[in-house]
Write a protein that binds this ligand. Sequence first.
Ligand code: RP5
Length: 164
Amino acid sequence: MSSEASPRVGIVMGSKSDWDTMKHCRDMLAEFGIAADCRVLSAHRTPHAAAEWAETAEDRGLEVIVAAAGGAAHLAGVMAAHTVLPVLGVPMSAWSLDGLDSLLSTAQMPRGIPVGTLAIGKAGAVNAALLAVSILATKEPALRDKLKEYRKAQTESILEQKLD
Ligand code: RP5
């Protein structure tokens, strides 16, 4: 399936070193024909640019933001602080603690500013895309049908698996 021309999902990450993981999010969205605006922005290294990107996301046509960061992973929270668009956080397994630090700092948001937090690493990146599609599909029957087809194909491929 080809991607739409206008990005509907923003994928933002704290470092280019996160891209090997987060490109799986971009690729899964593309399977559903959803284009993504992918950027490196950091809550700590580029704080003003990160805030501005989040503040203008709605006007640029984005409907969901996926934010990935590792370590003291504040990027998803900073996004959520600057927009009312749904923000999905993906904790990166960074340089220590196998990503547990990232998971906790992404998930433990204060009351009033929510971040929907996914699993650490590739599973979270892929599931963030699928959850973004679910959000976009709430009022789009065609997109919802594609999600049902995806689930059906996944179920069938697992039931067909043979072991030696
Ligand atoms: C975080 O620190 C990034 O999101 C990345 O996961 C981690 C390491 O960044 P680099 O030192 O590789 O730029 O801010």
